[in-house]
Design a protein around this ligand. Structure first.
Ligand SMILES: [Zn+2]
Length: 85
């Protein structure tokens, strides 16, 4: 029997993808917004395709803020955006 691949929804384009195709944006327990490259840190996570266009969509449509349940300052978006460049 094939192992079921866990799927997550990109907050930019809304497509379901496997976790390894997505970048995990994490709100840490300290309330900091970071990119979780390990995928294992504690906190509330949101997923975005490894694609700058999806990041820009998530920024524009506030999908990331909805998913993390908090407002994200412009400078945090700018910092995250650099990781997608
Ligand atoms: Zn996407």
């Amino acid at each position: 029997m094939a192992k079921k691949i866990p799927m997550r929804q990109c907050v930019g384009c809304g497509e379901m993808k496997s976790k390894k195709e997505l970048i995990r944006v994490l709100k840490t327990t300290e309330g900091e917004i970071i990119i979780d490259f390990t995928g294992r840190q504690n906190g509330r996570g949101a997923y975005i395709c490894n694609d700058k266009n999806c990041f820009l969509k998530a920024r524009k449509n506030k999908g990331l803020e909805r998913s993390l349940k908090q407002q994200i300052p412009e400078e945090v978006y700018d910092r995250l955006q650099k990781e997608f460049d």
